[in-house]
Write a protein that binds this ligand. Structure first.
Ligand code: NAI
Length: 435
């Protein structure tokens, strides 16, 4: 029987140790409806799922997952299960879990350990609960789970065949682990596949970060000055979409090449110091820490809105706001925190500075995650088949997998491609004069 516990938890949670720990199992029907809606819009995963059901490439494999626990992720979970895997999962961010989806997955026999609003301690406790299932393969987003296996469960690193990593920040951390000789198993950097960062980071974050911002605030973007910090794949998408909605966009960058690209794309580029004075809305997407600091906040306008789309909640200096405000007020059902500064200025922080698209919205559009999670499913299959022979390190998604995902996506959209003639192929591969 499940035990309902209060003690030490941020919220009322139903726990069955070794099985699940979620907010409320009775939310399952609503979660099922959310999952089915997502599934109906994920034809690429559906095609993989049909093949997995026949071939069962993950038979006998336990997959431990740390991903934003919401409807699209549930479709990936069910795809892996169709391939024969047993799955234990937790969230990769305390505010992105959809409790309804967690409940629906528990009903399917998935080991789910996650609830929205878990504390930092509970977040790590839930990762440990996933690891207690001794996964053969880890699917991570941000590399917290992979890092934790190495620091807290070193014996388990022997058992893990390999892992996949979903996001830029996670891949950066894994490269650092490998450089220091710490990484003990192969990890496929799903983030670095072309069908991932060109679509997910750019178009997914572009649309969903603004969607989260608008849901949280209900403000108009047209005519506002939006400062986008970081002009990487995510920042490019956010800047373009903000401009499309009529905002004047200023880009803040540290990399001269990215800054030049932003200028040629038609954006203004300025240092944070200067942008701080002009911006109405700030969205960070750097994967770096403290990009908006106290000295910048001091220069900002009354009523300024701060949001973050980077993986961790370290891009905006929340501690400064906490320490220097005179009053802190929850607005918009807790999605916005209003900080009243001593000079009377109001600073609005969205979703505690956590990923605005997931904490204040529903994350990336479904079709985007269809592509990203197809890469995940196929990368897990690669590890199941070939992982034992792979040395520890950070690996690219195999090119044929990247291409196959694009082909499946285009097929689902009914898009046909031109084909090279044999003469064209030969011409393209030849070094001889081009006459
Ligand atoms: P990227 O590496 O392509 O871009 C980051 C950019 O930030 C670079 O151009 C870099 O020069 C710039 N930058 C670094 N420090 C800076 C500073 N102090 N000031 C101004 N610019 C600075 O990375 P990508 O793929 O755009 O990802 C960015 C972050 O977003 C990562 O944390 C990633 O994990 C996360 N992410 C979030 C998603 C979401 O759903 N919200 C989806 C995908 C990635």
């Amino acid at each position: 029987m499940p035990i309902t516990i209060f003690g030490g938890c941020s919220t009322l949670v139903v726990v069955k140790e070794g099985e699940y720990a979620i907010r409320d199992p009775s939310l399952a029907p609503k979660g099922r409806d959310m999952i089915e809606w997502a599934r109906d819009h994920m034809p690429v995963l559906e095609a993989i799922r049909e093949r997995f059901e026949e071939e069962r490439p993950l038979e006998g494999i336990t997959v431990g997952m740390t991903l934003h626990l919401e409807a699209k992720t549930a479709v990936l979970v069910e795809t892996l299960m169709a391939g024969g895997a047993e799955v234990a999962i937790t969230g990769c961010n305390p505010l992105s879990t959809k409790d309804e989806v967690a409940a629906a997955l528990v009903r399917e026999g998935v080991h789910v350990y996650a609830w929205r609003g878990e504390t930092e301690k509970e977040y790590y406790q839930n990762i440990d609960r996933v690891l207690s299932h001794e996964p053969d393969i880890i699917v991570d987003d941000g590399a917290d789970c992979i890092a934790r296996v190495h620091t807290e469960f070193p014996d388990l690193t022997e058992r893990v065949i390999g892992a996949t990593e979903e996001t830029t920040t996670g891949v950066n951390r894994l490269h650092a682990m490998h450089r220091e000789g710490i990484l003990k198993f192969p990890v496929i950097a799903v983030n670095n596949a072309k069908t991932k960062y060109l679509m997910d980071n750019r178009y997914g974050t572009g649309q969903s970060a603004l969607d989260g911002l608008m849901r949280a605030t209900n403000i108009l973007l047209a005519g506002k000055t939006v400062v986008v910090v970081g002009y990487g794949w995510c920042g490019r998408g956010i800047a373009r979409r903000a401009r499309g909605l009529g905002a004047n966009v200023i880009v803040v960058e540290v990399d001269p090449i990215k800054a030049m690209e932003a200028i040629f794309d038609g954006f203004r580029v300025a240092p944070m110091d200067r942008a701080a004075e002009e911006g109405d809305i700030f969205i960070t997407a750097t994967g770096n820490r403290d990009v908006i600091r106290g000295e910048h906040i001091e220069k900002m306008k009354d009523g300024v809105i701060l949001a973050n789309a980077g993986h961790f909640d370290v891009e905006i200096d929340k501690e400064y706001l906490e320490e220097h405000c005179e009053e802190k007020i929850d607005r918009r059902g807790g999605l916005v925190t209003e900080y009243r500064m001593p000079n009377g200025k109001r600073v609005y922080l969205i979703a505690e500075g956590r990923l605005v698209n997931l904490a204040a919205g529903e994350g990336h559009p479904i079709e985007i995650m269809d592509i990203s999670f197809a890469l995940q499913a196929l990368s897990v299959e690669v590890l199941a088949k070939e992982g034992e022979g792979m040395e520890p390190g950070v690996y690219k998604v195999p090119k044929d997998v990247d291409k196959r995902v694009a082909e499946l996506k285009l097929k689902s959209m009914g898009v046909e491609l031109e084909e090279l003639t044999p003469e064209q192929r030969e011409y393209m591969e030849s070094w001889e004069e081009g006459t």
